[in-house]
Design a protein around this ligand. Structure first.
Ligand code: HEM
Length: 327
């Protein structure tokens, strides 16, 4: 599958960096980032270095009629439902990260089945921003947090206010009652190209069709750390958990190189791309057999050119995968 080819390629890139001098100056690379994630959250054999606590699911995606006006990507042009394998998860590398944690992101990762063993992937989190603008800043954040030195950590956030944006955003909102009742964002800016060659910068967002639903901070603290699983089971017994997937249309001047920068979303036009339906649980092995890779895009979709986080993700996921898949 595409994911495996990419894992192999990315592992090679990570192993034979063409910038050995830069590495000597402790610039972030995939290995150092995964090591730093392990330093913060612990290394958990056989498990992901981040988004460790998760649930594998499956379902389908039905493209809207409007999606084709923006992109020629096959899953956004299909006249029939496209199969989807997905994984809901909590952010961070704690395998027991409580579902009720307020200042943590929920996430959904998707493989769209393009047929003949090919997939294209989309990863989204329940906040419009990431915690670092580039890999060096992310490494600095992780290594500082790993010291557990409150003074140093406070200093870091004072000097790097963009790293506080995600937590501020999460803390200003209630704890989602379910993986199926919260908005998700793709965070990076992608470029869509339609059949006429017209290009449009977009950001992905998924909105729960059941509406947003939340629980109080007090209730969240008293909940079982794994309460999203039985909640999802009960929900799926009644019908699919559905999301409207939309493209937020970027305008001139909207930043495309910094995943900590917000777009003025309420002032932007949107186009509905289609409906995602999560219909059932899937064996965890199906999700763990490869990686959900944000750079695994398809003709009609391009990743951001100058966003340094974007390509680094693919490499870091490959390192995490090679470690968790090691016998
Ligand atoms: C340089 C920055 C980043 C690093 C080093 C990083 C690191 C990681 C690692 C190591 C994994 C586990 C991969 C695996 O074993 O399969 C992971 C998973 C994930 N990351 Fe990131 N990440 C970064 C940025 C982001 C951003 C910006 C997003 C926002 C959408 C994001 C969303 C996710 C999601 C949703 C998963 C879970 C995938 C799954 O369920 O398998 N990450 N990340």
């Amino acid at each position: 599958m595409v994911s495996y080819r990419r894992v192999a390629a990315a592992t090679l890139v990570a192993a034979f960096s063409i910038f050995p001098l830069a590495r000597a100056h402790a610039e972030a690379d995939a290995e150092s980032l995964v090591n730093a994630l392990n330093a913060v959250f612990g290394a958990h054999p056989g498990q992901r270095a981040a988004h460790t606590h998760g649930i594998c699911v499956k379902g389908n995606f039905v493209a809207s009629a409007d999606a084709a006006t923006l992109t020629k990507a096959p899953h956004f042009n299909s006249k029939t439902p496209v199969g989807v394998i997905g994984r809901f998860s909590m952010g961070g590398g704690n395998p027991e990260a409580p579902n009720g944690q307020k200042d943590n992101v929920r996430a959904i990762a998707l493989h769209f089945d393009l047929g003949k063993g090919n997939t294209t992937d989309l990863l989204m989190i329940s906040a419009p921003v990431f915690v670092a603008k580039d890999p060096d800043q992310f490494l600095k954040l992780l290594t500082t947090v790993a010291t557990k030195d409150k003074e140093k950590i406070g200093e870091y956030f004072k000097e790097n206010p963009n790293s506080t944006r995600q937590a501020q955003w999460l803390n200003a909102r209630p704890v989602p009652a379910s993986f199926a009742t919260v908005d998700y964002w793709g965070v990076h800016a992608f470029t869509f190209t339609n059949a006429e060659g017209k290009k449009q910068i977009i950001k992905y967002k998924a909105l729960p069709l059941a509406g947003e639903a939340a629980i109080s901070d007090e209730d969240a603290k008293n909940k079982d750390p794994d309460f999203y699983r039985p909640e999802l089971k009960e929900r799926l017994a009644k019908g699919p958990a559905q999301f409207k997937l939309i493209a937020i249309l970027g305008e001139a001047g909207d930043p495309t190189d910094d995943p900590t920068a917000l777009w003025p979303e309420d002032q932007r036009k949107t186009v509905t791309l289609g409906t995602l339906s999560i219909t059932d649980f899937e064996d965890a092995k199906t999700c763990d057999a490869g990686i959900f890779d944000p750079t695994n895009v398809v003709d009609g979709i391009e990743g951001p050119e100058n966003d340094k986080i974007f390509p680094m993700r693919s490499q870091a996921y490959a390192v995490s995968f090679s470690r968790r898949a090691a016998p």
